[in-house]
Design a protein around this ligand. Structure first.
Ligand SMILES: [Zn+2]
Ligand SMILES: [Zn+2]
Length: 159
Protein backbone atom coordinates (compact mmCIF):
# COMPACT_ATOMS: atom_id res chain seq x y z
CA UNK A 1 0.00 0.00 0.00
CA UNK A 2 1.31 3.46 -0.88
CA UNK A 3 0.54 6.97 0.35
CA UNK A 4 -2.12 7.50 -2.28
CA UNK A 5 -3.99 4.38 -1.22
CA UNK A 6 -3.69 5.47 2.41
CA UNK A 7 -5.03 8.91 1.53
CA UNK A 8 -8.08 7.36 -0.14
CA UNK A 9 -8.54 5.00 2.77
CA UNK A 10 -8.54 7.83 5.33
CA UNK A 11 -10.90 9.89 3.15
CA UNK A 12 -13.31 6.97 2.89
CA UNK A 13 -13.26 6.21 6.64
CA UNK A 14 -13.79 9.90 7.33
CA UNK A 15 -16.93 10.06 5.20
CA UNK A 16 -18.30 6.70 6.28
CA UNK A 17 -17.73 6.97 10.02
CA UNK A 18 -17.75 10.71 10.64
CA UNK A 19 -19.92 12.02 7.80
CA UNK A 20 -17.29 14.67 7.19
CA UNK A 21 -14.56 14.92 4.57
CA UNK A 22 -10.87 14.60 5.37
CA UNK A 23 -9.33 17.55 3.57
CA UNK A 24 -5.70 17.25 4.58
CA UNK A 25 -2.90 14.80 4.01
CA UNK A 26 -2.44 11.28 5.28
CA UNK A 27 0.95 9.67 4.79
CA UNK A 28 2.90 6.66 5.94
CA UNK A 29 5.83 7.42 8.17
CA UNK A 30 8.27 4.55 8.59
CA UNK A 31 9.97 6.31 11.48
CA UNK A 32 6.81 6.03 13.56
CA UNK A 33 7.60 2.99 15.64
CA UNK A 34 6.29 3.55 19.13
CA UNK A 35 2.79 4.50 18.02
CA UNK A 36 0.53 3.46 15.20
CA UNK A 37 -0.46 6.95 14.18
CA UNK A 38 -0.11 10.64 14.83
CA UNK A 39 -2.16 13.77 14.27
CA UNK A 40 -0.48 17.14 13.79
CA UNK A 41 -2.44 20.08 15.17
CA UNK A 42 -0.36 22.59 13.23
CA UNK A 43 -0.73 21.10 9.74
CA UNK A 44 -3.79 18.86 10.36
CA UNK A 45 -1.94 16.02 8.72
CA UNK A 46 -2.20 12.42 9.82
CA UNK A 47 0.68 10.00 9.81
CA UNK A 48 0.25 6.25 10.01
CA UNK A 49 2.99 3.78 10.76
CA UNK A 50 3.46 1.20 7.98
CA UNK A 51 4.81 -1.14 10.69
CA UNK A 52 1.37 -0.90 12.26
CA UNK A 53 -0.22 -2.24 9.13
CA UNK A 54 2.35 -5.00 8.79
CA UNK A 55 2.04 -6.07 12.42
CA UNK A 56 -1.68 -5.74 13.07
CA UNK A 57 -3.35 -5.80 9.67
CA UNK A 58 -6.02 -3.72 7.97
CA UNK A 59 -8.74 -3.96 10.60
CA UNK A 60 -6.57 -2.75 13.47
CA UNK A 61 -5.03 -0.04 11.34
CA UNK A 62 -8.48 1.24 10.44
CA UNK A 63 -9.15 1.64 14.17
CA UNK A 64 -5.98 3.72 14.42
CA UNK A 65 -7.17 5.82 11.48
CA UNK A 66 -10.45 6.40 13.31
CA UNK A 67 -8.54 7.39 16.43
CA UNK A 68 -6.51 9.96 14.49
CA UNK A 69 -9.64 11.20 12.71
CA UNK A 70 -11.26 11.83 16.11
CA UNK A 71 -8.34 14.15 16.92
CA UNK A 72 -8.67 15.71 13.47
CA UNK A 73 -12.40 16.43 13.35
CA UNK A 74 -12.74 17.55 16.96
CA UNK A 75 -9.73 19.82 16.62
CA UNK A 76 -11.16 21.45 13.49
CA UNK A 77 -14.54 21.80 15.18
CA UNK A 78 -12.77 23.46 18.13
CA UNK A 79 -13.97 20.81 20.52
CA UNK A 80 -12.15 18.66 23.04
CA UNK A 81 -9.69 16.77 20.84
CA UNK A 82 -7.27 15.53 23.49
CA UNK A 83 -7.32 11.99 24.88
CA UNK A 84 -8.61 13.16 28.24
CA UNK A 85 -11.50 15.22 26.77
CA UNK A 86 -15.06 13.94 27.05
CA UNK A 87 -15.75 14.90 23.42
CA UNK A 88 -12.84 12.73 22.33
CA UNK A 89 -13.86 9.73 24.42
CA UNK A 90 -17.47 9.92 23.25
CA UNK A 91 -16.65 10.23 19.58
CA UNK A 92 -14.01 7.51 19.77
CA UNK A 93 -16.46 5.08 21.35
CA UNK A 94 -19.09 6.04 18.78
CA UNK A 95 -16.93 5.33 15.72
CA UNK A 96 -15.15 2.36 17.31
CA UNK A 97 -11.62 3.68 17.12
CA UNK A 98 -8.77 2.18 19.08
CA UNK A 99 -8.41 3.63 22.53
CA UNK A 100 -4.69 4.03 22.21
CA UNK A 101 -2.40 4.51 19.36
CA UNK A 102 -1.25 0.83 19.44
CA UNK A 103 2.34 0.51 20.29
CA UNK A 104 4.21 -1.98 18.24
CA UNK A 105 5.40 -5.11 19.99
CA UNK A 106 9.13 -5.12 19.26
CA UNK A 107 9.64 -1.51 20.22
CA UNK A 108 7.38 -1.33 23.25
CA UNK A 109 9.28 -4.16 24.89
CA UNK A 110 12.55 -2.35 24.51
CA UNK A 111 11.13 0.96 25.62
CA UNK A 112 9.14 -0.31 28.57
CA UNK A 113 10.49 1.02 31.82
CA UNK A 114 9.74 -1.31 34.70
CA UNK A 115 7.88 -0.05 37.71
CA UNK A 116 10.29 0.57 40.54
CA UNK A 117 8.19 2.25 43.18
CA UNK A 118 4.83 1.83 44.77
CA UNK A 119 2.75 4.48 46.49
CA UNK A 120 0.37 3.11 49.08
CA UNK A 121 -2.46 5.09 50.59
CA UNK A 122 -2.17 4.88 54.36
CA UNK A 123 -5.89 5.47 54.63
CA UNK A 124 -7.56 3.08 52.20
CA UNK A 125 -4.64 0.90 51.08
CA UNK A 126 -4.93 1.78 47.38
CA UNK A 127 -1.68 1.13 45.51
CA UNK A 128 -0.16 3.18 42.70
CA UNK A 129 2.80 1.96 40.69
CA UNK A 130 5.44 4.43 39.63
CA UNK A 131 8.39 4.15 37.29
CA UNK A 132 10.32 6.99 38.84
CA UNK A 133 10.87 8.14 42.36
CA UNK A 134 8.28 10.69 43.48
CA UNK A 135 7.80 12.72 46.61
CA UNK A 136 4.72 11.20 48.27
CA UNK A 137 4.07 14.43 50.15
CA UNK A 138 3.21 16.11 46.85
CA UNK A 139 0.42 13.67 46.00
CA UNK A 140 -2.77 12.41 47.56
CA UNK A 141 -4.69 9.20 47.02
CA UNK A 142 -6.89 9.44 43.91
CA UNK A 143 -9.62 7.50 45.62
CA UNK A 144 -9.87 9.03 49.09
CA UNK A 145 -7.39 11.93 49.08
CA UNK A 146 -5.49 10.15 51.87
CA UNK A 147 -1.76 10.44 52.50
CA UNK A 148 0.59 8.29 50.48
CA UNK A 149 3.70 6.39 51.44
CA UNK A 150 6.46 5.47 48.99
CA UNK A 151 7.92 1.98 48.81
CA UNK A 152 10.68 0.58 46.64
CA UNK A 153 9.52 -2.51 44.75
CA UNK A 154 11.77 -5.52 44.74
CA UNK A 155 12.36 -7.22 41.40
CA UNK A 156 9.66 -9.84 41.81
CA UNK A 157 7.00 -7.53 43.07
CA UNK A 158 5.97 -6.11 39.72
CA UNK A 159 2.47 -5.88 38.27
ZN1 LIG B 1 -4.20 9.89 19.98
ZN1 LIG C 1 -6.87 6.21 49.67
Amino acid sequence: MDNQALQQWVERVSLESFGRPFLHKAIFNGRLKATGGRYFTRTHHIEISPHQLAAFGVEETEKIIKHELCHYHLHLMKRGYRHRDADFKTLLAHVGGSRYCNSLPERSEKKAIPYKYKLICVHCGMEYLRKRKVDPARYACGKCRGKLKLFLLDKHDGP
